[in-house]
Design a protein around this ligand. Structure first.
Ligand SMILES: *[C@@H]1O[C@H](CO)[C@@H](O)[C@H](O)[C@H]1NC(C)=O
Ligand SMILES: *[C@@H]1O[C@H](CO)[C@@H](O)[C@H](O)[C@H]1NC(C)=O
Ligand SMILES: *[C@@H]1O[C@H](CO)[C@@H](O)[C@H](O)[C@H]1NC(C)=O
Ligand SMILES: *[C@@H]1O[C@H](CO)[C@@H](O)[C@H](O)[C@H]1NC(C)=O
Ligand SMILES: *[C@@H]1O[C@H](CO)[C@@H](O)[C@H](O)[C@H]1NC(C)=O
Length: 471
């Protein structure tokens, strides 16, 4: 199966930009030449993104973006709220602006669920390991960034991350199909329970790597090592060229791999690898970092600018989920330069070039500063032409701009280097892991609930065909 060639994708991106209803050349709104300009731009981007969040208004649910689409409540699934919380936790850390901290703390605490493991009853029926994982990563980030602690009678950031880890390390979530690994979905009745994918395992891997570095408890590192090795063994990480693929079904023992390459999979593995490298100082992890970086530059930054390979350039092909991936990539790569400082020359100039392209196209809407998704073209594509100016697209640019401040920011804290969050090794124990072992897989209406893989499953076979044949 050949993927849509990059040159084809670029040609399509250019054609799309050229053919769209571009307003007569809008002046660029955002400036990022100096530290002050970066902070000012980030402040405005953060403000604009917050207008899409309704979670702190009376009658609304804290922590989530409008959604889920399956209930016709908006474009966003539960996990993306968690990802947005993380974006603001980094925004505060990088810029020092605390304006949204109370909103973020409220959202992070509202969604913990009764067992403090990010399995809230409203979302457990459609829970993916990746969905829960993203909330866990944001809790971990709060601990690493020394985000202000919640009141003492509330769960603490580190304990929440440990709660998520505990439920995902539990034997109920691990079985021997494909030689190990986490499944995509948690409830066995969900579509996608028979799919083992990279993102679910990458979240678990990354969380383990970070908990190991933060607490220096080697149990976490062993899980991280084992999970990375599994991804390598099933060849979701291509053993020759380090492309990172989406996943496979357990019925074929994970041998028929769906080869879509989403940028966040590779970037999250790189991020976790940098934590492992920093924790172990081992050459094996350095080798993994180096190869993942080569792959990421080759596949997602071919022009030096973030490009979402599997969907970008084909109008409407990027889902709301995918439209948010560039932001995580920028944030995670920036942190890699703190944990493995030798990577700075390879990553920092690229992140700057990419961010310059990102802000260049933020010229849309009535404000003249709304952001779209097509960074390589440098042109805002009108929302009427392609629905690409939502929360994800705004979050991407906020992440890219604020991450330009990484060299002035503290690296992720640990217990020994000033961390202030209290852990709990028994966190997560009170919760359930799988609601009900081994029931049949039914065609429930849960398909859309996980992060991305929906179209690689039953649904978009036409799109899949397009992607795999190169049109
Ligand atoms: C919600 O948060 C925004 C941004 O901090 C703030 O301007 C607004 O007043 C808050 N609304 C409520 C009801 O707290
Ligand atoms: C669960 O969903 C209901 C209905 O949307 C909402 O009112 C409630 O606040 C949610 N609970 C939590 C803990 O988010
Ligand atoms: C299934 O895949 C795993 C991991 O690649 C491998 O170790 C195992 O031998 C395979 N099982 C069968 C029955 O092929
Ligand atoms: C290390 O973490 C594991 C997994 O959570 C836990 O069972 C163990 O008690 C921890 N060890 C120490 C010394 O805290
Ligand atoms: C680990 O991270 C710290 C903090 O950024 C950094 O100073 C140190 O050099 C890193 N270790 C290695 C082996 O690169």
């Amino acid at each position: 199966m050949a993927l849509l060639g990059r040159s084809t994708a670029r040609w399509l991106a250019a054609a799309l930009a050229a053919s769209s209803l571009l307003p007569a050349a809008q002046a660029q709104f955002y400036k990022i030449g100096t530290t002050d300009e970066i902070k000012e731009s980030a402040r405005t981007l953060a403000y604009d993104l917050m207008t899409q969040y309704k979670g702190n208004l009376s009658g609304e649910t804290p922590g989530i973006l409008p959604g889920p689409p399956t209930e016709h409540k908006g474009d966003y699934y539960w996990w993306e709220g968690g990802a947005m919380m993380g974006t603001y936790i980094d925004y505060w850390h990088l810029t020092g602006d605390p304006s949204y901290n109370h909103v973020i703390e409220q959202g992070m605490l509202h969604q913990t669920g009764p067992n403090f493991d990010y399995m809230p009853p409203n979302h457990t029926a459609s829970l993916g390991n990746d969905d829960q994982g993203f909330w866990g990563l944001s809790a971990m980030l709060a601990a690493e960034n020394k985000f202000p602690n919640p009141p003492e009678d509330k769960p603490q950031w580190l304990a929440l991350a440990q709660g998520v880890f505990y439920t995902q390390a539990h034997e109920d979530r691990h079985d021997q199909t494909c030689g190990g690994g986490l499944r995509w979905q948690v409830p066995p009745t969900n579509i996608g329970y028979d799919y083992k994918n990279t993102i679910a395992n990458a979240c678990f891997f990354d969380l383990g790597a970070r908990l190991a570095r933060y607490t220096r408890n080697d149990t976490y590192a062993k899980w991280a090592e084992k999970t990375f090795q599994w991804l390598w063994d099933v060849q979701y990480i291509d053993n020759t060229d380090w492309r990172v693929y989406d996943g496979s079904h357990v019925q074929n023992n994970c041998t028929v791999i769906l080869k879509a390459q989403f940028s966040y999979n590779a970037a999250l593995l790189l991020h976790g690898a940098a934590f492992m490298y920093n924790y172990t100082e081992s050459d094996v992890w350095k080798m993994r970092i180096d190869n993942l970086i080569l792959g990421i530059k080759r596949d997602f930054f071919e022009l030096g600018i973030a490009f979402e390979l599997p969907c970008e350039g084909r109008q409407g092909a990027c889902t709301a989920d995918m439209l948010s991936f560039k932001g995580y990539v920028h944030r995670w790569l920036a942190v890699v330069t703190q944990l493995a400082p030798y990577t700075k020359p390879a990553l920092l100039p690229m992140l700057r070039t990419s961010t310059e392209a990102a802000v260049k196209q933020c010229t849309g809407g009535a404000s003249g500063r709304q952001c779209g998704f097509y960074w390589t073209t440098g042109a805002y594509v009108d929302v009427a032409v392609d629905k690409t100016s939502g929360a994800g697209e705004q979050m991407d640019v906020l992440a890219a701009v604020s991450s330009l401040l990484i060299e002035e920011a503290d690296p992720p804290a640990t217990e020994l280097s000033g961390g202030i969050s209290k852990g709990d090794v028994n966190a997560g124990e009170r919760g359930g892991f799988n609601p009900d072992p081994l029931p049949p897989i039914t065609a429930a209406d849960k398909a859309g609930a996980g992060i991305l893989t929906a179209f690689t499953l039953a649904g978009g076979s036409a799109l899949w065909y397009v992607m795999n044949t190169g049109l």
